[in-house]
Ligand binder design. Structure first.
Ligand SMILES: [Zn+2]
Length: 216
């Protein structure tokens, strides 16, 4: 089997997201790009995450041509492959429908960055990509366009998507931003929270990238 370890990592990430309630039922989708072959391993369409085995993960090239796998891949495959084609720095993608980020995705202006952890991991305010029907080329186009060079973008009235240099990093951005979305909801309910300035956001992101965690 091609890329067995990578397939297992995709399953682990999807199951973690499901346990953390970042995706309801079989919604959301998860993929990684293998550095050596350039192939993408993506979750199948509409299968319960808890039951997935490596054979269920579909291996394809960045144009969506299936290399190995008997399952129908995620309907958001065009979204994942279009991001991989546009972003050579991205090796992992996580798409969730988590509650608080999805609530913010219903606002055209997106989610303001008011927590230092959102700034540290995601680099600032979250934009909302224009609405498009799920699984369409149009959704792939407008979402990858709105993502630009960022680590995350909201998808109008739908959810959010996160990218990273690994699928683990993409997942962490999604998990932290969901917490920040909850805090932002509470803070705006309490009153008028202070916004973090653009300059401070960039400084927080830089210091986290450079100083946080153990030296490699
Ligand atoms: Zn979705």
């Amino acid at each position: 089997m091609l890329l067995e370890e990578q397939r297992k990592l995709v399953i682990e990430t999807a199951q973690k997201a499901s346990l953390e309630k970042l995706v309801p039922l079989t919604f959301g989708n998860f993929s990684l790009r293998d550095e050596k072959t350039g192939y993408v391993c993506i979750t199948p369409s509409g299968m319960p995450y808890g039951l997935l085995v490596p054979e269920d993960i579909v291996v394809m090239d960045v144009n969506g041509n299936i290399i190995e796998g008997g399952r129908k891949p995620s309907i958001e495959t065009p979204l994942h492959t279009s991001i991989y084609r546009k972003r050579p720095d991205v090796f992992g993608i996580v798409h969730t429908h988590s509650t608080f980020l999805t609530a913010w995705s219903c606002l055209e202006e997106g989610m303001p960055c008011i927590t230092s952890e959102a700034a540290s991991l995601a680099g600032g305010n979250l934009r909302t990509a224009p609405f498009a029907i799920q699984g369409t080329e149009e959704l792939a186009e407008v979402t990858s366009e709105a993502l630009g060079n960022d680590k995350a973008v909201l998808m109008a009235n739908h959810g959010a998507i996160f990218v990273g240099s690994t699928i683990v990093k993409a997942y962490e951005v999604g998990a932290i931003l969901e917490e920040s979305a909850k805090v932002a909801y509470l803070a705006y309910t309490l009153g008028k929270p202070n916004r973090i300035s653009e300059q401070i956001m960039k400084a927080l992101e830089k210091t986290t990238e450079e100083n946080y965690g153990q030296d490699k």
